[in-house]
Design a protein around this ligand. Structure first.
Ligand code: SF4
Length: 239
């Protein structure tokens, strides 16, 4: 089976536990203003097969095993190619390769149901808890995403990823809404806090797209500390 992909990082260290084979699939239906991979939005023509990926993983397998790592499928939005990811993860699980799905959750529920049975872990990137903030940041409402977060947390081990964007999604009200969402999930879910940065800006320039957040500074330690404190005050686990 073939999937549309953007790129591969054979030694990823930030998208899940240990050293990971990170496959970036192409295609995304959100348009996040802070996206650092806008070049993954279009599906493009580059394809790769499940067998080619497995062969590649076997070459570096000892590094993944030694570090308790595995494979992460990211994007773009991997759930837009749910059949492909499910097939890939099914084979990885057979070969005892730890599987992590890195998703925005913006996909049909049946996509989640196809992939999650084969995912050891899910990195679920929630852009904003408040619906209006979410719409401003991504162009889309977050109702479907929140339903999918709930479903994902009932099917796999989920970590919510939250990019702190100063002045946009880090107010006390926004973080209170976030904590309410996390506390209602069917299992204990930690929140990984990621500071907004502007390193992806050059990609917007290369694509000839105006950068949507020109005046927003990167999040600093204080921004992260404040959000962490507010979440911990509500007994939310952060990492
Ligand atoms: S979901 Fe991810 S890839 Fe898609 S626009 Fe948002 S940040 Fe970019």
């Amino acid at each position: 089976m073939q999937g549309f992909y953007h790129s591969i990082d054979t030694f990823g260290a930030v998208d899940g536990r240990g050293i990971r084979y990170v496959l970036f699939l192409s295609g995304c239906e959100l348009g996040c203003e802070f996206c650092h991979n806008p070049d993954t939005w279009e599906q493009g023509r580059n394809t790769i097969s499940v067998e080619e990926i497995l062969k590649d993983i076997r070459r570096y397998r000892r590094f993944y095993d030694a570090s308790n790592g595995g494979i992460t499928v990211s994007g773009g939005e991997p759930l837009l190619q749910a059949d492909f990811v499910a097939e890939l993860f099914k084979h990885c699980r057979r070969e005892n390769v730890h599987t992590t799905l890195d998703t925005s959750g913006y996909a049909p529920q049946n996509a989640i149901r196809k992939v999650l049975p084969y995912s050891n872990a899910v990195l679920f990137s929630l852009k904003a808890a408040n619906s209006a903030t979410h719409r401003k940041l991504t162009g889309k409402d977050n109702a479907l995403i929140l339903n999918n977060l709930n479903l994902a947390a009932s099917l796999s081990k989920v970590t919510v990823r939250y990019v702190i964007i100063p002045g946009i999604n880090n107010s006390h009200a926004e973080i209170t809404d976030l904590s309410k969402i996390i506390r209602k999930l069917p299992q204990l879910v930690a929140v990984e806090l990621l500071p907004y940065h502007t390193l992806g800006r050059s990609k917007w320039d290369q694509l000839g797209k105006p950068y949507p957040l020109p005046g927003i500074p990167p999040a600093d330690e204080n921004d992260v500390h404040q959000v962490r404190q507010w979440l911990q005050d509500k007994n939310i686990i952060t990492c």
